[in-house]
Design a protein around this ligand. Structure first.
Ligand code: AMP
Length: 544
């Protein structure tokens, strides 16, 4: 029997129009590249978003066109999210930490029409300029007074907005149309694009908001350290205005001292980011002898948060919510808020629970399966590859049928490449990573790519790149080499020479170790597990 309900397409722009009308106290506070602090309410942001949409239209941006950003967390980046979404275009956030080669690949793969960038990235744009798509418009996200000297034909963001009306006739869009594009590193080769829809983005904002109410409530002040170029800042630019929380945008200054200052002066209640940034904040709290006074909750994810890091912040009266997610999931999959049935646990027992990766948010289903694809029980013991499905999970990669085919199991679940167990009460515990990737400071390094590059060296007979735990960066790569001639092995510098053409400097291995033979699995593949065990306790040459 057909229900009798209205059916209006879910649109991202409705989040901002709602915030503008209903959350008058909500604001965006931004540390600007220009050096000062900027403030605007959601109502002002909504008006400027309309002006920006007119300006983008004037640059020739139509529905479905991709507008790229190379930018930190700030109000202009936020306006770009909403102007593109509102007019039916797609915001393609580029991770500036990628190598130039990968950046150019994704800009061309996405066929970006416009590239908007913060002043920090002018030298980068100049270096890339010869290889950018023909006719691409370049917009410097600043005002006339701060326009950089450049041989390139740069447009000025504030000039573009200036004379346009502060309202826009936002079109009714298909809720399945694309709104955001974010590339993530593959185990090998070029990054793969996750293309979010109006619908998935609105649903994700709702799902996250109901899952993490301690951060996301009206009047809260949230600092997203996680960049807007990293899976949309885990959805905060959508979830915060939806519920009437303010966004405190840190710009380019992500060190412990700058974050501590900003959290203190802006009375930040909640901050979200990867473990590496919380190590920096922790050192600053130790140095100053005090946490930022209003800080009540930290959401940590992107890599496993160590129990001891969680204990430190909990010891400073900061609730730590350990979450797990992926670019392919918009990205939040689980949250670490403990249920009230656990209120009576001891502090130690609570910490044990918080060190796990939490329970699924509403809308994301989890299953673990064995190598044959059979589902395993959620008993806290069985370990298998984690699979997910739901309305906020990708159904394929953007214009990449090959990667898409490999990413789903026979029942259509997305294979995460994470190896996990799930307890009877729903707690996820990530045990390992099946995918051959290393995560350093929240960013990916492909071990296979580094190995392929090293193999091109005449002195290398075989090699493997593995992750070594690192106190600050979480993981750093080292390369284990079987030399052709043990008397005349390659040097680490030789290998760096081959790799640095293709990868960013921070992606190069920190050390090289020589080995007679690489350990193999039963199927004849290099056993990374055995290698990691062999190098357990390995001390890296110098902590970065
Ligand atoms: P990304 O797509 O860059 O957000 O990376 C997603 C991947 O990061 C996951 O598949 C995991 O391998 C890893 N990851 C994210 N959050 C956690 C966590 N809390 N604990 C362990 N690994 C995590």
């Amino acid at each position: 029997m057909q229900a009798m309900m209205m059916n209006m397409p879910l649109r991202v722009i409705d989040i901002l129009s709602h915030a503008a009308a209903n959350h008058p106290g909500g604001e965006i506070v931004s540390v600007r590249c220009e050096g000062d602090i900027h403030r605007e309410t959601y109502a002002q942001a909504f008006e400027r978003t309309a002006q920006l949409a007119h300006a983008l239209k004037g640059l020739g941006v139509d529905e479905g066109d991709r507008v790229a950003t190379l930018a930190w967390n700030g109000y202009r980046h936020f306006e770009l999210y909403y102007a593109t979404a509102g007019m039916g275009a797609v915001c393609h956030t580029i991770n500036p930490r990628l190598s130039a080669e990968q950046m150019l690949y994704i800009i061309n793969h996405a066929s970006d029409k416009v590239l908007c960038f913060d002043l920090t990235f002018v030298p980068l744009i100049e270096a890339l300029s010869d290889h950018l798509p023909d006719g691409m418009k370049l917009v410097a996200m600043t005002d006339r007074a701060h326009m950089p000297e450049s041989a390139l034909d740069l447009l000025c963001y504030e000039d573009l907005l200036a004379d346009h009306p502060q309202s826009y006739d936002w079109p009714i869009l298909d809720e399945d149309s694309a709104v955001g594009l974010c590339y993530t590193s593959g185990t090998t080769g070029n990054p793969k694009g996750a293309l979010y829809s109006q619908r998935s983005t609105v649903l994700h904002a709702l799902f996250v908001t109901v899952s993490v109410p301690r951060s996301l409530h009206e009047g809260s002040r949230i600092l997203p350290v996680v960049p807007m170029f990293h899976v949309n800042s885990w959805g905060l630019p959508y979830a915060a205005p939806l519920i009437g929380a303010s966004l405190i945008m840190p710009g380019a200054k992500l060190d412990g001292a700058s974050l501590h200052d900003l959290m203190q002066t802006e009375q930040v209640n909640a901050a979200w980011g990867v473990p590496t940034v919380w190590m920096g904040l922790r050192a600053e709290i130790d140095a100053r002898g005090a946490k930022p006074s209003a800080l009540d909750q930290m959401v940590v994810g992107g890599s496993a948060a160590a129990r001891e890091l969680i204990a430190y912040f909990e010891g400073h009266d900061v609730d730590v919510c350990h979450a797990w997610g992926m670019t392919e999931l918009s990205p939040v999959g689980t949250h670490g808020q403990l249920p009230s049935t656990m209120n009576d646990l001891s502090d130690d027992e609570k910490l044990d629970m918080k060190a796990l990766q939490g329970r699924r948010i509403f809308g994301v289903d989890l299953k673990i399966s064995d190598e044959e694809g059979a589902s395993l029980p959620h008993d806290g013991k069985a370990i298998g590859e984690l699979h997910v499905r739901g309305n906020t999970v990708i159904s394929g990669y953007f214009n990449n049928p090959e990667a898409s085919d490999a990413a789903f199991d026979a029942e259509g679940w997305f294979a995460t490449g994470d190896v996990a167990s799930i307890s009877a009460d729903g707690f996820l515990s990530i045990q390992d990573r099946a995918k051959d990737l290393i995560k350093s400071g929240g960013e990916w390094i492909s071990s296979i790519d580094l190995e392929n590059m090293a193999m091109a060296h005449p002195k290398v007979a075989n090699c493997a790149v593995i992750a070594i735990p690192h106190p600050k960066w979480d993981e750093r790569p080292i390369i284990v080499v079987v030399p052709n001639d043990p008397q005349d092995p390659p040097s680490l510098g030789d290998l760096h020479g081959l790799m640095s053409e293709h990868v960013a400097k921070w992606q190069l291995p920190d050390a090289m170790e020589l080995i007679e033979d690489l350990p193999l699995t039963a199927t004849g593949k290099v056993s990374k597990l055995t290698l990691r065990q062999k190098f357990d306790g390995y001390v890296l040459p110098d902590a970065h």
